[in-house]
Design a protein around this ligand. Structure first.
Ligand SMILES: NC(=O)c1ccc[n+]([C@@H]2O[C@H](COP(=O)([O-])OP(=O)(O)OC[C@H]3O[C@@H](n4cnc5c(N)ncnc54)[C@H](OP(=O)(O)O)[C@@H]3O)[C@@H](O)[C@H]2O)c1
Length: 215
């Protein structure tokens, strides 16, 4: 049976991807920090044997020895990420670093560890959740856009290097998705500008795109 590790499976796109993969017969290792939400996602999965992996990916990146032992997988979906908005004139180093630590540093360092340690099997696939914001983002999104632009740029290089072991690296760049992340922004700002509310897609739609990539 194919085995997948979903980083950030406790919510939104990661949770929908875990559900979609299990429905296709994959064994899923679900990662997150919130144990209760993670267990609730596992309860929705078809099949048995899906396991939970807990940990803060920033702490993993700071000290890879904190990464728990993970069985080799055929697929890693990196969905963990944060989106904090700030007017450009209010940016602080602390806030910039907080977003870059989760959205850029952690995937690079932890995926490097996964590749080195054989957590990703030869011939496997890594799917990173980038964002349309890397190319077209509104006011307040400077740091988030930078983090996702950096991720997409890095993914293109990882793809070349990891091809040595036939590991495919894909950075998916969805538009606005109806997830708890988006709902927090909507609640904080009373909506989204630029027609983003109208164009919102479901996390299941993104999950289906990820599954289709594996075909
Ligand atoms: N929503 C959108 O419109 C949209 C559009 C394009 C791309 N994306 C990207 O897609 C990904 C998923 O977004 P989403 O909307 O599904 O967000 P979400 O519902 O807020 O879920 C975020 C996930 O990331 C995990 N996470 C955050 N910080 C973490 C940390 N330091 N260590 C470990 N896990 C951490 C959360 O785990 P816990 O809750 O367990 O802490 C949660 O599972 C993100 O990378 C986001 O940037 C989102």
């Amino acid at each position: 049976m194919n085995r997948a590790l979903v980083i950030g499976a406790s919510s939104g796109i990661g949770a929908a991807t875990a559900v979609a993969l299990a429905a296709k017969g994959w064994e899923v290792l679900l990662h997150g920090r919130d144990a209760e939400r993670l267990a609730a996602v596992r309860a929705q999965l078809d099949g048995a044997g899906h396991t939970l992996v807990s940990g803060d990916v920033v702490e993993w990146a700071e000290d890879p020895k904190r990464i728990p032992p993970i069985e080799p997988v055929d697929l890693v979906v990196w969905s963990a990420g944060i989106c904090e908005l700030s007017a450009a004139q209010m940016l602080s180093l602390k806030a910039v670093r907080r977003t870059l630590a989760v959205n850029l540093e952690a995937p690079l360092v932890v995926l490097s560890h996964f590749y080195r340690k054989g957590v990703v099997r030869d011939g496997g696939t890594i799917v990173l959740l980038g964002s349309e914001a890397a190319h077209d983002a509104g006011e307040g999104f400077a740091v988030y856009a930078a983090s996702k632009g950096g991720l997409a740029a890095a993914a293109r290089v990882l793809a070349k290097e990891f091809a040595r072991r036939r590991v495919r690296v894909v950075c998916l760049e969805p538009g606005t998705v109806d997830t708890p992340m988006t709902r927090r922004l909507v609640a904080a700002f009373g909506g989204l500008k630029g027609g983003h509310m109208e164009r919102m897609i479901s996390p299941e739609h993104v999950a289906a795109q990820i599954v289709a990539l594996l075909g």
